[in-house]
Design a protein around this ligand. Structure first.
Ligand SMILES: C[S@@+](CC[C@H](N)C(=O)[O-])C[C@H]1O[C@@H](n2cnc3c(N)ncnc32)[C@H](O)[C@@H]1O
Length: 248
């Protein structure tokens, strides 16, 4: 089962028989929406910073649901609206792409919208070194992806540790009531998706020479990483976490 599905089923188990009510997906996408659509919610409100994503997702909504394009830096976004359940699924890591340096204010910004519970899903920053050859290939992949994003003069995502999340939540009017982690096992799909990000950035490079050299490097890493996934039966490295918080 993909790690995101494991994390979502853990949240569902934790939520138990409680009602879902009005749900806010504060950083929406295909995965969180496909999970949230399976729940018995009164309504779904999806927020994204990307208009194209909102347009795509709203095709799969019920009449009582809505997809909004906005930025949490905007104080008028969802002004005075409260939700029984707020989901922040990999939102924190993506903030750097839409609202640089805003991470420290994010939870205080979300706090007035949480009437019941906040479920936060995040990714632990990757370690500097890895114990297996496959793990080292994943580190190389992540560095290559970020290098391509920077050479395209775009912004990289930035992950934060679970310890940072706990203290930031507690400083923002929340109480952490539960948390758990899952080891990530990377498969071929993840490798292909990250390398696609790399290839998509090549057209923004300043010179064709640099783009061509990078394209060759991307293919080289693809071949090596896919073999290592096969040999190691999936590459285990780092972890994702879920933090459950309620208004203090
Ligand atoms: C990595 S995606 C989250 C994954 C998503 N839940 C899924 O299932 O695919 C990050 C989401 O947060 C949104 N986002 C990031 N920063 C934002 C901000 N400052 N304001 C509003 N949305 C933001 C992005 O537009 C995107 O919809």
């Amino acid at each position: 089962m993909p790690i995101q599905d494991l994390l979502f089923s853990g949240i569902e188990r934790y939520h138990g028989a409680a009602s879902w009510g009005r749900v806010l997906d504060a950083g929406t996408g295909d995965h969180s929406l496909s999970w949230l659509r399976t729940l018995d919610s009164k309504s779904l409100t999806l927020v994204t910073g990307a208009a194209s994503r909102a347009r795509r997702l709203e095709k799969n909504l019920r009449p009582q649901d809505r997809a909004l394009v906005g930025n949490w830096q905007d104080p008028t976004l969802l002004f005075e609206e409260r939700f029984d359940v707020v989901v922040a699924d990999y939102l924190l890591g993506a903030i750097e792409g839409f609202a640089p340096y805003y991470q420290g204010q994010l939870f205080a910004r979300l706090r007035p919208h949480v009437a019941g519970v906040l479920y936060l899903v995040g990714k632990e920053p990757l370690p500097a070194t890895a114990p297996t050859e496959g793990g080292r290939a994943i580190l190389e992949l992540e560095h290559l992806r970020d290098a391509c994003i920077l050479l395209a003069q775009h912004r990289c995502y930035r992950e934060f540790p679970q310890t940072w999340v706990h203290s930031s939540l507690e400083n923002s009017g929340f109480e952490v009531v539960s948390a758990w982690r899952k080891e990530i096992v990377y498969g071929p799909g993840y490798i292909e998706r990250q390398l696609k990000v790399c290839s998509n950035k090549l057209r923004f490079f300043k010179t064709a020479g640099l783009a061509n050299a990078m394209a060759a490097h991307i293919e080289d890493l693809r071949a090596r990483a896919l073999v290592l996934v096969e040999i190691e039966g999936g590459i285990a490295l780092g972890s994702d976490y879920v933090v459950v918080a309620k208004p203090a």
